[in-house]
Design a protein around this ligand. Structure first.
Ligand code: C2O
Ligand code: CU
Ligand code: CU
Length: 430
């Protein structure tokens, strides 16, 4: 922390190698270390500055996924950092407590940069949520769970895409926080898991091996209004969920991803990995556990607009070949929005390939999924939403950052193979 109160972080993007399996050294990329990056934490109202050094030998960027900040600080494809150069974005945290993340965003190469290991969590805190009785001891009863699927070819990663998979790379096993076959010894009755799908194409349906329920407390943009009990939560690439699970002394349970059949049609589901199942993370409770306070029933107020606030609608038709029939072009701004206004964006997946939709800078409310009220896991603040084949979602968001007539933000499919193919557009706030 500097004398003026600015919280300063240093991140170096660099190549390394990591022994995921004994005796096998895999070439990797990471922030500061060999693989993934440190968890950054800041409070609402705080000034943040991140010094990013690019020691990769090729250009890249770092994007703050879910963060509300000026377009110039966003770390999209307009803020490239040359090899050997540094970039120092600064902003003031102005949004509720949430589980955000950071990753590179170089145009056409995001999949590759994330797959090699460039990703980390960025946790935001605020006074209101600090006062709630939620598990909040980082690494003890409040755990970051960065989920990625991987495949190895000897010591190296195999990032090739199967012929039939038109959603991108699918691995044959998963890691949590860069660890294969992970488990965690638990010492508290209630455990908060901050789930992040940091895979490039895989869609997960998380639940527990013994079918136990958990409490959903937060989505991409922060805490829900109410704690909601459920036994499954689906997350497409880029999405987050905060869940709390209760453990009994001495027991074990495994967070698992279950097969699912909702991607659009049978063939798509099959070739997008919907038949697959993975054991994600085993929780092993100690013989005696510290008692945890009951979860509060009400959590936060959503800071996302209602449909009645919206002054304008836009339509986005998704196909792998582009959004609204266009492929991303760095020099073309697709939409211009007026600062301070709220809009309703209708996003339709126009074919059967699964997609999702992510918007930079804002958190949105999901109003409808195919004309119906959204399920519980979509009733919080979101910045990324799964859009299965032939499905329409209606979103409302407010653009209240500073106007910048020179620098656009992005919206795109967060299946990174699709994003790199050009399923991305640009909007400007003026
Ligand atoms: Cu997480 Cu535009 O990305
Ligand atoms: Cu983003
Ligand atoms: Cu897509």
């Amino acid at each position: 922390v500097k004398s003026d109160g600015t919280r300063v972080f240093d991140l170096t993007m660099r190549a390394g190698e990591k022994e995921f399996r004994a005796g096998q050294k895999t070439p990797t990329w990471g922030f500061n270390g060999d693989y993934l990056g440190p968890t950054l934490r800041a409070k609402r109202g705080e000034k943040v500055q991140v010094k990013i050094e690019n020691a990769l030998g090729e250009e890249s960027t770092v994007h703050w996924h879910g963060m509300h900040l000026p377009a110039k600080m966003d770390g999209g494809p307009h803020q490239m950092v040359a090899p050997g150069a540094t970039w120092t974005p600064r902003w003031t945290v102005d949004q509720p407590a949430a589980t955000l993340w950071y990753h590179p965003h170089p145009h056409g190469k995001t999949e590759k940069h994330v797959q090699r290991g460039l990703a980390g969590m960025f946790l935001l805190h605020d006074k209101k949520s600090d006062r709630l009785a939620l598990p909040d001891k980082y690494g003890v009863d409040d755990l970051p769970v960065i989920v990625q699927d991987v495949k190895f070819d000897g010591a190296k990663f195999d990032h090739s895409r199967k012929l039939m998979s038109d959603t991108g790379f699918l691995g044959d096993r998963t890691m949590v926080n860069g660890t294969l076959d992970p488990y965690k010894e638990i010492g508290d009755e209630l455990i908060r898991l901050r789930l992040l799908n940091a895979s490039t194409a895989r869609i997960y349906d998380f639940g527990f091996s013994d079918g136990r329920e958990f409490a959903l407390i937060g989505t991409d943009g922060g805490l829900l209004e109410k704690t909601t009990r459920m036994d499954r939560i689906g997350l497409s690439p880029g999405e987050r969920a905060e869940i709390v699970v209760r453990m009994k002394p001495g027991e074990k349970t495994t967070l698992r991803s279950f097969p699912q059949d909702n991607y659009g049609d049978f063939w798509q589901t099959r070739f997008a990995g919907g038949d697959d199942s993975f054991d994600i993370l085993q929780l092993r409770a100690a013989k005696s556990l510290r008692s945890s306070p009951e979860l509060p029933a009400t959590l936060g107020e959503l800071e996302v607009p209602d449909e009645s606030d919206s002054v304008r609608g836009r339509f986005f038709g998704l196909r792998t070949s582009g959004i609204n029939g266009k492929k991303m072009e760095m020099g073309r701004v697709d939409e211009t929005v007026t600062r301070g206004t709220a809009e309703t964006w209708t996003v339709r997946n126009e074919h059967s390939t699964p997609h999702n939709f992510h918007i930079h800078d804002v958190q949105f409310r999901v109003l409808e999924v195919d004309g119906k009220e959204p399920p519980a896991e979509l009733r919080g603040a979101k910045d990324t939403v799964f859009v299965p084949g032939n499905t329409t979602v209606k979103l409302v968001m407010r653009f209240d950052g500073p106007a910048d007539p020179d620098t656009p933000y992005m919206y795109h499919c967060h299946l990174l193979y699709h994003e790199d193919l050009g399923m991305m557009g640009q909007f400007m706030v003026v």
